[in-house]
Structures are given as structure tokens and as C-alpha cells.
Design a protein around this ligand. Structure first.
Ligand code: BEZ
Length: 252
């Protein structure tokens, strides 16, 4: 279940989503004669960065509001609404790129199948998203806060945070050759004193859909209290992100 995206809040307070991943474009290494797909492009900043390297790039996102914002941000680029599990395109691509999107989609096999189908033989798939252990401190604190406030269990956890082994095996089972895979901690600074609260409200609303707004406020305060010693330092909040980064090729 993806959150109800708010493109303005996303762009104002969560710029790190693309700012911390610009080096993923180095791994993609787009060439000026290439056709690239940016899967889960959000508001289009990395699509634009790929286009600036000279490649012809299309951005796809499942959220129509995000695509509208991306198109306003970068009118010269092509954006489309599409579901990563089912999309198809009229022309094959040299590369599929994806940043901070695939952890929203537990049906990773269907996504791998769609990516495979859109790649030319020899084409590459370059992605980064939440890996095993991602935001574990935050997730544990939400569960503990719900228990502590007698709010019962939250809805099921349906983010997809695979290990390197799990994700590499999945890609291999679809025919990809995995050439590079890594899992690394990337503590991520959150703006302002309300940083964790903003992050929770932007990305984690699935954990309190069943609560009243008073219960939600109590839960957020409790989560802040439980995580402060681990996630608040140098006068700011940090999300305990762990990223998986992958380069896989469709063999010729
Ligand atoms: C992430 O980028 O790792 C992430 C963002 C929102 C929710 C969960 C994970």
C-alpha cells in the first residue's frame, strides 16, 4: 500500500529522496544515444538528471499527482502514469533505473518480469531502495508505542526490504545476471525538529489508519520519545535507512 502522496510536502521536506541518490546515476552511467526508463520517478528530479546526461528518458510513476508535478517541473520530458507490476512500453529500453520506489511493491517478481520485458538484450537494470533492516528502529518503535498505548496491532507490514541474497536470487530466477549488489547503512537527515513526525506522516500512515486523530498524535509523540536516543543527534533527526543497490543485466 503506497501512502497518499502529497507532492508539495514530498518536494519541500523530503528532498533527500533524490539528493542522496545522485551517485546512483553514476552506476547507471547513461549514454547520449540511450533510451532509459525511470521507474517510480516521483516528481522527476532524477529523470531530469538522467536527461541532462544526454539520454532519452521516460519517467513512470503509479501516482497521478506525482506525474502531474513531474510534468510541471520538467515540461520537456515525457512522464506517464504506470504500475511497475504491469506497465509495458511500445519500444525496448537500454536501461531501467529506479530510486526509492521498489520498497513500496511487495510483488517484486511481477516488477522484475515487467523490467525484463522492457529491456533490450544487454540492457541493464540499476536500482536503489530500502533493504533488509531498513527503518527498523522506527518500525519497532511504532509497534512498541501501539502496544504501550493499548492500541492493538497495526496493519500488516507490507514494505519490501529484501536482503542482497533474496533480491539477487529473485532477479536471477527471472534470467538477469546480477553484476553488483550491496546493502549499506545510509542514515538520512530529516529537516527540522519535526523531522521524524513529518517523515512518519509522509510515509508511514499505514500504521495508524484505524486510529482517531487524538490517538495518532499520542502515537507520534510516543514514537518520538522511544526513538530519540538512537535517532536524534547533532540537533536533528536521522532516519535509519539501509539501502540495497543493484546492477543487473539482461544477457544477450
Ligand atoms: C525508504 O526510502 O527507505 C523508505 C521510505 C518510506 C518508507 C519506507 C522506506
Amino acid at each position: 500500500m503506497s501512502p497518499l502522496w502529497n507532492p508539495e510536502l514530498y518536494q519541500q521536506k523530503h528532498r533527500f529522496v533524490w539528493q542522496l541518490s545522485t551517485d546512483l546515476i553514476e552506476l547507471l552511467n547513461p549514454q547520449s544515444d540511450e533510451y532509459v526508463l525511470d521507474l517510480g520517478c516521483g516528481t522527476g528530479q532524477l529523470t531530469h538528471a538522467i536527461a541532462e546526461r544526454g539520454a532519452a528518458v521516460t519517467g513512470i510513476d503509479a501516482d497521478a499527482k506525482m506525474i502531474q508535478e513531474a510534468q510541471q517541473n520538467f515540461p520537456a520530458l515525457t512522464f506517464m502514469v504506470g504500475d511497475a507490476r504491469t506497465f509495458s512500453l511500445p519500444h525496448l529500453r537500454d536501461a531501467v533505473f529506479s530510486n526509492a520506489a521498489l520498497h513500496w511493491i511487495p510483488e517484486a517478481g511481477a516488477v522484475a518480469q515487467s523490467i525484463w520485458a522492457v529491456l533490450k538484450p544487454g540492457g541493464r537494470f540499476v536500482a536503489e531502495f530500502g533493504g533488509k533492516g531498513n527503518v527498523a528502529t522506527i518500525v519497532k518503535a511504532i509497534a512498541a508505542a501501539r502496544r504501550g498505548l493499548s492500541l492493538g496491532e497495526a496493519a500488516t507490514f507490507d514494505w519490501y526490504f529484501p536482503s542482497v541474497g533474496e533480491y539477487s536470487s529473485l532477479l536471477e530466477s527471472h534470467g538477469f545476471e546480477v553484476q553488483y549488489a550491496t546493502l549499506f547503512d545510509r542514515p538520512t537527515p530529516l529537516d527540522t525538529d519535526a523531522g521524524l513526525r513529518n517523515w512518519l506522516q509522509m510515509f508511514a500512515n499505514r500504521f495508524w489508519v484505524d486510529l482517531s486523530s487524538e490517538q495518532k498524535q499520542a502515537l507520534l509523540s510516543d514514537v518520538e520519545m522511544r526513538t530519540r536516543s538512537k535517532l536524534y543527534r547533532d540537533s536533528q533527526w536521522w532516519a535509519d535507512y539501509r539501502r540495497i543497490r543493484i546492477l543487473a543485466v539482461k544477457p544477450t
